[in-house]
Ligand binder design. Structure first.
Ligand SMILES: O=P(O)(O)OC[C@H]1O[C@H](O)[C@H](O)[C@@H](O)[C@@H]1O
Length: 525
């Protein structure tokens, strides 16, 4: 498949280019089409995607589906699930999909299944023993605090999921996350903790990451400083890594080392042993539900027709917006405050995967690749940067993510939820429809402005509209739906890389800075 033609050479790409050169149909017109919302809404694994506000009509849709077929998305997908070495620059398979639990018999083979199950069982057992207080510190105290030290993929996933599932968090064991090597980041967590009851998890795929090793060394000094005897420090440490030889060299007990493998990318590692801090926080059963939700999305991605395949649709609409409507960013607005870290997580997953300028065949990219992913909590964004979205000069698409059913145990929770979802729907509609100059002037007059004022103010208060968006609804925010949501974005990123003919699974772009930091350190800073 590496000999496949580049995207610009595909007939569907050229067709899409021609369609993009035609005058755009306003979203107002499109939204007036009968049955449009029903036709462009699909559900899977507890998620519903409403794409009716994308700037697409049936011809564009057909051409996008042709592009999916001509790009051999299905064949590339199967190659990934079969464990082919699709990460070509590192000669590795990409098998985070094999980590989602489930029965033997997956396309990656039973040997990998057995490896994964054994480690998953170890992780779950350890998490439960720690929660039950049977794993203890050197002086026989149950652990009350766990500090995960890790950065990038060794931090963002479990941290994001811990926030998203905060309603399941254990009262007995608090889990903290430290990523930044600034001393304050570690200190601000440690200053309230009792060393006898604190366990550090050092999460690092490579166990060479300077920031993580700096924090880990500092944590060990803190333990010693707090009176933990030198020969007992290992009882307060856990390592999670794909390079156990390195962690062993640094004194981490192999019994307390949990493994994943080089065929799991850091930004795709939440499903592996790297999920231990999350499993400690929410319990092993909930962690397994998260995996099951991702597995449900994998099944959908593998088997649903491309036309109603959620990851494929997200990817195709993204390609239309990025490559043909020339929108360089992707805003994600989450309307559930527990999804507060979802955007930073997707930002790494998408930008580190598809922020590439070289095709698989080594030639320079001939098309725009990964967008700039940004955003955060939608409601907060409305009171901050949405001004630019509505009236600024950047054209950009939005993914609105909401939750249909909420059960926070607060007397007025229903009223809160109604406000949140009302705003989500109103924003999507306002961005799509906009408000013309004439409508704005008429509204001002209706509101009592005199003719001169209405005329003067209307240009400032009009909205161009035509901002394309997806509405993505989770039935509820639980481990299963969260797993499905994460897997959906993982597969979207995969499909876009498949279309752009780039390797989503290396990250050479982060190397140069690291190399220079090392060189400067050697040269004395
Ligand atoms: O898990 P580690 O080996 O410590 O790596 C942590 C992170 O650092 C790197 O610089 C990479 O860009 C990330 O992909 C990775 O997740």
């Amino acid at each position: 498949m590496t000999t496949m033609p580049l995207p610009v050479a595909l007939p569907a790409w050229q067709h899409l280019q021609a369609l993009a050169n035609e005058p755009p149909v306003p979203l107002r017109e499109r939204l007036a089409e009968p049955e449009r919302a029903r036709r462009l809404t699909w559900s899977a694994a507890g998620l519903t995607l409403d794409a009716s506000r994308q700037a697409i009509g049936t011809e564009i849709e057909r051409a996008l589906l042709d592009l999916a077929a001509q790009s051999q998305i299905a064949e590339q997908r199967e190659a990934m699930f079969r464990g082919e070495a699709i990460n070509t620059t590192e000669g590795r398979p990409v098998l985070h999909v094999a980590l989602r639990g489930g029965e033997a018999g997956g396309p990656w083979g039973n040997a990998i299944h057995a490896l994964v199950q054994r480690e998953l069982d170890r992780v779950c057992r350890f998490a439960e023993e720690l929660r039950a207080g049977t794993v203890r510190g050197h002086a026989g105290d149950a652990f009350t605090d766990v500090v995960n030290i890790g950065i990038g993929g060794s931090d963002l996933g479990p941290r994001m999921a811990a926030d998203a599932l905060a309603h399941l968090a254990s009262d007995a064991v608090r889990v903290h996350y430290v990523s930044n090597p600034d001393a304050w980041a570690l200190w601000s967590v440690l200053r309230g903790l009792d060393a006898k009851r604190t366990l550090f998890i050092v999460s690092s795929k490579t166990f060479t990451t300077q920031e993580t090793l700096t924090n880990a060394a500092s944590a060990r000094h803190w333990l010693a400083d707090q009176g933990v005897p030198a020969d007992a420090i290992a009882r307060h440490l856990v390592a999670i890594t794909a390079t156990p030889a390195k962690s062993a060299e640094l004194g981490y007990d192999p019994e307390r080392t949990f493994l994943f493998w080089d065929w799991v990318g850091g930004r795709y590692s939440l499903w592996s042993a790297l999920g231990l801090p999350l499993a400690i926080g929410i319990g092993a059963a909930a962690f397994r539900e998260l995996l099951a939700g991702a597995r449900a999305m994998d099944g959908h991605f593998l088997h649903a027709p491309l036309q109603e395949n959620l990851p494929v649709r997200l990817a195709l609409h993204g390609v239309w917006n990025r490559n043909f409507l020339r929108m360089p960013t992707q805003l994600i607005a989450c309307y559930a405050s527990r999804l507060v870290r979802f955007v930073p997580f997707v930002q790494q997953m998408d930008m580190e995967s598809n922020g590439k300028r070289t095709h698989l065949d080594g030639s320079e990219a001939t098309v725009d690749t990964g967008p700039i992913v940004w955003g955060g909590l939608g409601i907060d964004g409305q009171h901050a940067y949405f001004q630019l979205v509505h009236q600024g000069r950047h054209a950009l698409p939005v993914d609105f993510i909401g939750v249909l059913s909420e059960d926070t145990p607060l007397p007025l929770a229903g009223a809160h939820h109604a406000v949140v979802n009302l705003n989500l729907r109103a924003q999507a509609q306002a961005m799509a429809l906009g408000r013309t100059l004439e409508e704005t002037e008429a509204q001002l007059l209706k509101d009592g402005a005199d003719a001169e004022t209405a005329h003067a103010l209307a240009p400032h208060r009009q909205f161009p509209g035509n901002i394309p968006s997806h509405l993505l609804w989770l039935d509820r925010l639980d481990p299963g739906r969260l797993g499905a949501l994460i897997a959906l974005y993982e597969h979207k990123v995969f499909c876009q890389a498949a279309i752009w003919r780039i390797n989503a699974f290396d990250q050479w772009g982060v190397e140069l800075g690291k190399t220079m930091a090392k060189a400067m350190e050697r040269a004395g800073g």
